[in-house]
Design a protein around this ligand. Structure first.
Ligand code: NDP
Ligand code: OXD
Length: 313
């Protein structure tokens, strides 16, 4: 039996789509009456503290989020049960759309020309060609690699940084803490697609911004964070955007969400804020993914996209 426990999203929509795909396989919500011993899979988003209580026969926990940092901090998470995270083409494409939109906007000096427009100022400055602009992607997993492909197709120079080296045609690979500075030193536009772990917390800080390449983008290097707010030291971003260490920032995620009304980030015209919408796990395409996880596993196939709990992603 599959138990659905989704907070803050349209749980009923997920249940009806899953039920249609699961055929005879039983599905319940936390408001239904059921015997906890019958639950083999639990599908969660922002699970309450008692979400796993009595679920002694779990085969897998299904995470609506692609990122599992919050789930891994759940105080009562059954640590021995495998977690399957969301990996799906629509979500991946949406994320790459967000990355492409923001990279191209900054590459073409949107901030400068918007300021000039407001001042009725006609000042010709030609941005460097895409091939002379390097996008550095932190996190070369499912999302980072797709974004890299899309940016390569647009002619950008692309480099990636991850824990282990990657062999991707056209992308210069950097790995581990030892190669981080070198990676940053050739990056004009930094895209963050890392998971949030103890190693990546606060990684977007002032010291790090100083290591990005200067001189290619006239108004300074740019950061784009579509990963997790826990990566960014927001006071440092405000300072760097104000003193020219950074030319601009696009932020989809924040230390506190929703971003509090008194955050100084709202005021900065070189900070582009979106409310954690870069990519969504949508029921339209996501239900098929999770229904297959259950049906395939029941048919004896191995679970895919299982989180490494020790690594934290
Ligand atoms: P993956 O697990 O596929 O990829 C993670 C990448 O980060 C891997 O390349 C990994 O390296 C690298 N990495 C992890 N830790 C480190 C480290 N300490 N140093 C260097 N590299 C590291 O994740 P996804 O691509 O699927 O997703 C990335 C993140 O995007 C999610 O964790 C989530 O937080 C965020 N996200 C945000 C959304 C939004 O709407 N804003 C939507 C969906 C996801 P290696 O390859 O060597 O393991
Ligand atoms: C996710 C997210 O991790 O939406 O899926 O941020």
């Amino acid at each position: 039996m599959l138990l659905v426990h989704l907070s803050d999203v349209n749980e009923a929509d997920w249940i009806s789509r899953l039920a249609a795909l699961l055929g005879d396989y039983p599905i319940v919500s936390r408001n239904d009456r059921f015997n906890p011993d019958d639950i083999r899979y639990v599908f969660v988003w922002k699970p309450l503290e008692n979400a796993f209580e009595g679920l002694n026969n779990l085969k897998a926990i299904l995470s609506l989020g692609a990122g599992v940092d919050a789930l891994l901090r759940h105080p009562n998470l059954p640590r021995s049960v495998p977690i399957v995270r969301f990996v799906e083409d629509d979500l991946t494409r949406c994320m790459s759309d967000y990355v492409v939109a923001n990279v191209t906007m900054h590459h073409r000096c949107f901030t400068r020309y918007r300021r000039d427009q407001r001042a009725r100022n006609w000042s010709q400055y030609y941005p460097p060609a895409a091939r002379n602009t390097c996008v550095g992607i932190m996190g070369m997993g499912v999302l980072g690699q797709d974004a890299a492909k899309r940016l390569l197709a647009l002619g950008f120079e692309v480099r990636g940084w991850s824990r282990s080296p990657k062999d991707m045609q056209g992308v210069e690979s950097f790995s581990g803490p030892d190669q981080f500075e070198k990676f940053l030193g050739g990056t004009d536009i930094l895209v963050d697609l890392l998971p949030l772990t103890p190693e990546t917390e606060n990684i977007l800080n002032y010291e790090m911004f100083l290591k990005l390449r200067r001189g290619r983008l006239r108004d300074g290097p740019v950061i784009i964070n579509a990963a997790r707010g826990g990566h960014q030291v927001e006071a440092d971003i405000v300072r760097a955007l104000g003193d020219g260490t950074l030319g601009a920032a696009s932020l989809d995620v924040f230390q506190t969400e929703p971003l509090p009304p008194d955050s100084p980030l709202w005021e900065l015209d070189n900070c582009y804020i979106t409310p954690h919408i870069a990519a969504i796990s949508s029921p339209q395409s996501g239900a098929a993914y999770f229904a297959n996880v259950v049906l395939d596993h029941e048919a004896g196939k191995p679970l895919l996209n299982v989180v490494d709990v020790e690594r934290g992603y």
